[in-house]
Write a protein that binds this ligand. Structure first.
Ligand code: NAD
Length: 421
């Protein structure tokens, strides 16, 4: 991924803890379990000495946080970004615990990061940094312990180096140590579009329960990368009309619908959608305020806030990005009757197909793409309805319900295992 992040990252750990505390209150969480879940199981900081191309030695700092392992090994991506810090990585690890629990896959949450700016580094420098970072993590990651994946500014190539470095240390190939790796070394078919496809399934279900037909639904998407691009393409195939898209260069609006296939080809060639002749130019702020059936923020954290939530005119907000809505922004959307499908449910398709990749790697038995997509649909649709039913029982919004379901599942595992010793 190459998303530009960091500008709005303040207090993400405070947000994550606030969400947990609110959920604990709603579900009457046992205080022992609450205390345990407020802190990560393990947090490691490492130095990563790396010989740069000009000969000098740069010592980078890297983190791996394992929030919880009660339901299974930890799962979570590794990001390379100048603004990475321990609080951010801890919050993201906690969100991974909830995300895996919401879709009921047998993992806890983890996250990793290195403070660096890969846009100013050569491929060789990134490879050396990656291999040394993995060497520092080798005792705490593994198919039964903690399985990394790509995140911001890391990709399948970097996951290939991760798999190779870990395997070199073990003396044999260990494909299941990482997901999001190239198909040639055990990556899963269907992984590339899995997050976007998962969002399509939950958006379809959310439209259904809201009584809005998918056919002709008016959809707005912020972000046109891995997540936003795949989502826009697949929801268009389902008969919806994508009336606006944006990326870092700005937005495009066409009330009759944008031609997504052509726009993807254009963005591939030109790196951004700017200059595409097929819609009116709008800003990212204008895009968020468009009247539509479904708004999918699929770019950055903290884009719907207390400052702009009252301008949102969508009937449904389906969160493609991680943390696109601040807690204050969320409360405003809910008070205005907007149906919000939270990130830990909506974008869980990526980690779900990562789970399939891990299963295939362990079994050394690989599935056809239609089997991957069918199993993904089963899991996403079931998770959506689990959360929807919980929201009706609790009389709460979908975020509160998803958190309640997730924290209850993790709490049940903690209680079943007991506190060691
Ligand atoms: P990406 O780098 O492929 O795409 C990001 C898109 O956002 C690009 O089109 C970029 O131009 C756009 N963007 C950047 N800054 C912007 C701005 N200021 N305004 C509007 N658009 C802007 O990243 P991605 O993989 O699509 O990830 C997007 C989000 O989804 C992130 O929050 C990520 O954490 C989350 N997510 C990704 C996955 C996955 O499988 N890739 C899974 C779960 C969650």
């Amino acid at each position: 991924m190459t998303v530009e992040e960091g500008a709005h990252k303040d207090n993400v750990l405070d947000f994550a803890l606030q969400q947990l505390d609110e959920t604990a209150e709603i579900i009457g969480l046992h205080p022992d379990v609450h205390a345990k879940l407020r802190k990560p199981k393990r947090a490691l900081t490492v130095s990563i000495p790396t010989r740069m191309d000009d000969g000098h030695l740069e010592v980078f700092t890297g983190y791996r946080v394992q929030h919880n392992m009660d339901r299974g090994p930890c799962k979570g991506g590794i990001r390379y970004h100048p603004s990475v810090d321990m609080d951010e990585v801890t919050a993201l690890a906690m969100w991974m615990t909830w995300k895996c629990a919401v879709v009921n896959i047998p993992y806890g949450g983890a996250k990793g990061g290195v403070i660096c700016d890969p846009t100013n580094m050569s491929d060789g420098e990134i490879e050396k940094l990656t291999r040394r970072f993995v060497s520092e993590l080798v005792t705490i990651i593994g198919p039964d312990q903690d399985i990394p994946a790509p995140d911001v500014n890391t990709n399948e190539r970097i996951m290939g180096w991760l798999m190779d470095t870990y395997s070199m240390q073990k003396g044999y190939s260990v494909p299941a140590v990482v997901t999001g790796k190239p198909i040639a070394i055990g990556g899963s078919l269907g992984r590339a579009k899995a997050t976007g496809r998962g969002i399509v399934f939950v958006a379809r279900e959310a439209l259904r329960v809201s009584g809005i037909p998918v056919e002709g639904a008016r959809v707005v998407v912020q972000g046109f990368g891995n997540v936003g691009g795949a989502f826009a393409e697949l929801i268009e195939e389902m008969g919806a009309t994508v009336i606006a898209i944006s990326d870092v260069s700005g937005g495009l609006y066409n009330e009759n619908g944008l031609p997504i296939g052509e726009l993807i080809a254009y963005a591939k060639k030109n790196r951004v959608i700017e200059g595409f002749d097929g819609g009116d130019v709008i800003s990212n702020d204008e895009l968020l305020a468009l009247e539509c059936d479904v708004l999918v923020p699929a770019a950055l954290e903290n884009v719907i806030t207390a400052e702009n939530a009252d301008t949102v005119q969508a009937k449904l907000v389906v969160e493609g990005a991680n943390g696109p809505t601040t807690p204050d922004g969320h409360h405003i959307l809910i008070s205005r009757g907007i149906y919000v499908v939270p990130d830990i449910l909506a974008n869980a398709g990526g980690v779900t197909v990562s789970y399939f990749e891990w299963c295939q790697g362990i079994q050394k038995l690989f599935w056809q793409e239609d089997e991957v997509n069918r199993r993904l649909e089963d899991i996403m649709v079931r998770a959506f309805h689990d959360v929807h039913s919980r929201s009706e029982v609790l009389g709460a919004d979908m975020r509160a319900a998803a958190m309640a379901l997730a924290v209850e599942r993790v709490a049940e595992a903690i209680m079943a295992r007991g506190i060691y010793p």
